[in-house]
Design a protein around this ligand. Structure first.
Ligand SMILES: [Zn+2]
Length: 380
């Protein structure tokens, strides 16, 4: 296990690559932004908008939104700067926070846009939350699949040709498809949604038809639709904190006054739903990094803080699983504490953690350093 020399991302993140200088690809890609000719890229976006403006029946383009800070930033660029008439496509949460619900309402109100949302099948969502937690350690698999599938399919059904996404997740934060490209054609192939469809049907609780809406377009369907899906992060500089500052100016609200989450360093990222955070947390037992590592690394890249300042915070917060999230998840999936913690045990990577006699897990690594000599009994 090794850590990026610049930020705090370890090489245990799936798909991430490191360069010869010991610095991770996301850090290099962030630096690349400083030498990118943004004027030319911005003109490319203008040309695209000119091509599609006024061409749809009702709307010029679609924007895939969650209602979060990045969504506010995307809609701001497309509607206020580019003067397009977009429709916003969103996947509703099964458990909106009050702040998350206010934010999606705000984005529609402030920018004066129609929103078309898909309400996930509540029965399938509940069954899948538990199944996906137990089988692949990703309780939000069904919602993630919908988030990737719905905007492509709905934009095509509406006859629209331009679909706007935010950042290219694998390129910006690390992952399998680490190529900078304006097109989001291949986004559904990234590694966020594992292709395990047959597994969900085995016990007969869910039918293939019930999962149909979460199935992504095939590349052939995409080509036939004439859709052009793009990443905004290719056309304008992409920085989490900057986007947050812009979003605030247009009415986006953080969650501090509603709920203080354990285990995060901020109050503005992924705040639409609490249960979603269990997914984020599970990266900790699996890969030894969770939300605090992610945000600390983004801030270090952006020069807002230093690696040294962040190490103690990441050590302290990444390992904290929010009690309210555990309670809500157990109630939602009807799991008992015994079932919940037994399933959690399954997801600990034995190379990165060891379990003591009483079942408590301990780190074999030190944040920012890597694997350390194994202690056999943490009580003494
Ligand atoms: Zn890095």
């Amino acid at each position: 296990m090794k850590y990026c020399k610049k930020c705090l991302m370890p090489d245990t993140r799936p798909g991430i690559t490191f360069m010869e200088d010991g610095v991770c690809a996301p850090c290099h890609n962030y630096e690349k932004q400083k030498h990118t000719d943004w004027n030319t890229r911005f003109k490319e976006l203008e040309t695209l908008c000119d091509k599609y403006r006024g061409r749809g029946n009702k709307y010029d383009c679609a924007i895939a939104v969650s209602g979060g800070k990045a969504s506010h930033f995307q809609v701001y660029i497309m509607k206020e700067v580019m003067k397009m008439n977009p429709v916003l496509l969103s996947t509703s949460c099964t458990d909106w926070t009050k702040t998350g619900a206010q934010n999606i309402q705000n984005i529609a109100e402030t920018f004066s846009c129609d929103v078309i949302s898909i309400q996930p099948n509540p029965r399938v969502a509940r069954i899948m939350a538990r199944k996906a937690f137990e089988e692949i350690g990703s309780p939000t698999w069904y919602l993630d699949a919908l988030i990737y599938a719905f905007p492509y399919r709905m934009a095509a059904q509406l006859g629209l040709k331009l679909l706007v996404y935010g950042e290219n997740v694998n390129y910006t934060y690390g992952g399998k498809y680490n190529i900078e490209t304006p097109s989001a054609k291949f986004q559904p192939l990234n590694d966020v949604v594992k292709p395990v469809w047959d597994k969900w049907l085995e016990d007969g609780q869910i039918t293939a038809a019930e999962l149909e809406s979460a199935k992504q377009m095939t590349l052939e369907e995409y080509d036939r639709s004439g859709l052009e899906a793009i990443y905004m992060s290719y056309f304008v500089p992409w920085d989490t904190h900057h986007n947050y500052e812009v979003a605030k100016r247009w009415g986006f609200r953080h969650m501090e006054h509603e709920y203080c989450r354990e285990g995060t360093l901020e109050n503005y990222n992924q705040i639409d739903s609490l249960s979603y955070l269990l997914n984020q947390y599970l990266k900790y037992p699996k890969f030894a990094h969770a939300s605090a590592t992610e945000m600390a690394s983004r801030w270090i890249r952006a020069g807002l803080t230093t690696r040294e300042e962040m190490i103690p915070l990441v050590k302290k917060y990444d390992k904290r699983l929010d009690q309210g999230i555990v309670d809500a998840f157990m109630e939602y999936t009807r799991m008992t504490p015994r079932e919940f913690w037994k399933t959690m045990d399954k997801w600990y990577n034995r190379e990165l953690f060891y379990q003591d006699r009483d079942g408590v897990w301990h780190e074999k690594f030190e944040v920012g350093v890597g694997l350390i000599e194994e202690k056999t009994n943490s009580l003494f």
